[in-house]
Design a protein around this ligand. Sequence first.
Ligand SMILES: [Zn+2]
Ligand SMILES: [Zn+2]
Length: 716
Amino acid sequence: MSELYRMLGQSGIDDDYLTGLTNKGIVKRAYKDIETADIKICDETEDGLTVTVDDVTCKLVMPLGESTCSCPSRSMCRHIITAFLYVKREFESEPEEVKQDENMSCSERTREAGELSTSAEKQTEDFSELLDYPLSTIKKQVGMNSFRTIYEHLIMENHAVITETSIVTVELENQGVKVKLLAPIEYSTCSCGRKEFCVHRAEAILRYQIYKEKISIENIAELIMSEGEEKLNKDGIITLAENIKQMLEEMISAGLARLSPELVSGCERFAIMCHNERLADFEKDFRTLSEQLRLYFGRHASFRIEKLLSDVIKLYGEANHIVHITDDREIYKLTERMRTEYVPSKPLDLVGMGYRHFKSQTGYEGEVIYFLEENTGKWYTYTNARPLYYEGKRAVRITGKEAAPWGLDCSMQELAQSRIHLSGCRVNQDNRLSSTSEAKAEIVGARAFTFDGVEKNSYNNFSQLFSEKFPTNASVWERNGYEQLVFIYPYKISEAFFDSVRQRFLMMLEDAWGNRIQAHIDYSNEESYNIKYLERLYQQIEKKKKKPACFFGKVYISEGMLKLYPIEYYEEQTTKADIFLSRKNVGKKKEQNGHTEEDKSANNMDNPEVEGLKDCLENCRNLMTQILQSGFTTVQAQTIEDIRRVQTTVLQYGLHYGGEMLGRLAEELEKRKHDMTIQGSEELVATFVRLNLYIIEALSKVKYDEVAWKFGHYEK
Ligand SMILES: [Zn+2]
Ligand SMILES: [Zn+2]
């Protein structure tokens, strides 16, 4: 008996492995062929074990993937699979004593005995080649950019299913591909169809190595960061953060009143430096800050000192955080490459729910389309933006007539009311869809309201909306930025008017229980059409005494109430919402969420428990804005006195930390007043910042409680 015959016969190669080498169809076909074809096992030569299948000749070797065949096929053909299956079957039918190899060495015998004892459980395959495949080789094979993309996939924990049989199968669900890893690796296959080593094979190997704890994600991160130009400029970032901190320190201790308008361009320079280090959040914060300062120095009416104070405090807090980071990965995470990366997504069934025109502070104009995904009920957006000015000239206005992306033959406006099937698209962490040309979309129909996602986001009870969409445990910055996309079915509209003093349109939506949400649109040229539309809508509803239908928009907390930025209004007949809304609220009429029937008007009053505390905290904040303007050395004696007074009140409310910080601040300021020679203000700035962070957090909590109380969800 030839050696190869035995090796092939005893190999653990099974159908999974063969399917990995070729495909299911070929393996199936081969099973048929061993019954019907004329197959002969001939001799073993240097080229392998010769097996003839009808009139072709196969030379089988180990690993099987290197076998050859005389037929014209250049890859693994069905003859080789047929020949192998035949050899295996023949070998298995040999009598036991023939299967035993008299030449087998002692150690091999024991090893085989050992294997036999475990084979009852599960045959352990040798995947050491997969596990030992070096990271650096993978990186070289796919290139640095792809390697980084894979790393980001790993970080974001996209779904992958790993199964071990005679081969390792890794299904990368988000990318819709399945990789079959075989030893030797060259014979691995991927459903993307590429013959060569593709990014999916690379990701599959890495995932398998991580799964087996052979490597960790940190190993990959280290490799990325050690790369020449990819090297993270950690020292540069920390130095930048230190400079930012110092600049803000000087700004706070000197006071706005003493600073020159050059500070605006100073902040813009910082924004550019942040951009160069790819610190996207910081860049944005500096752009906002410089805009605020521009308003301040220009004595602009829309300037709000509270906003400037909180921007400064937030930036300082972040810079201070970076200065103290020691872990490279933490810093890597701050850089924009993490979050602006668009990763491939599964095919999506999207329903256009509306679109909005916008103009950003940073000089961009565009439109956003809001999509609801039918299967997951998740929101996605697509943004089409362009600079307002192009090469010094004002760009052509965006009108909604622009062409839709993804090869669709319609306008943006039409896309915003269509149902589409989108495949091959890329999505970032915020569920923003990219306009990649690889993506293809097809229109399936018009906007519809008949899927779960709509029901999940629809409300005719605002108290329920509040408790479901605004959870208590959010942090302050989160809470400030909270915006929830919802469908609102008000019971009535109690008032609508244009507030000409503050240049905004307000409309009060009420549910059947007397809970309120205020629709709010700040006036601008872009919004004038929407405002006119809503004014007309209100008049019609008034005149005909009919019930309003459905508003789609963003809900957020502001001015002690729930507010709505309306994006779209749908007529009743289009939504047919009554069916599921009545289902959703069966028996809810009586449950007054903390208020009794007669108590309806309570919904619109302020909570006396919260009011006093809110006043007190707002007093604190006002004192802080005074200090921000005057700086530390020229604080008025009156201000210090006021700080002491407010400290007493703060302590009465049981806010000990706040009280202590106020006391410390007053004391330090007093010292400086009497001794002008005190140098350095780092400590004092730190106290000032800590105190302000505390006030911001407390105020945010109070404002949240205020709304919660109105909706009957207030807990002391
Ligand atoms: Zn062949
Ligand atoms: Zn592939």
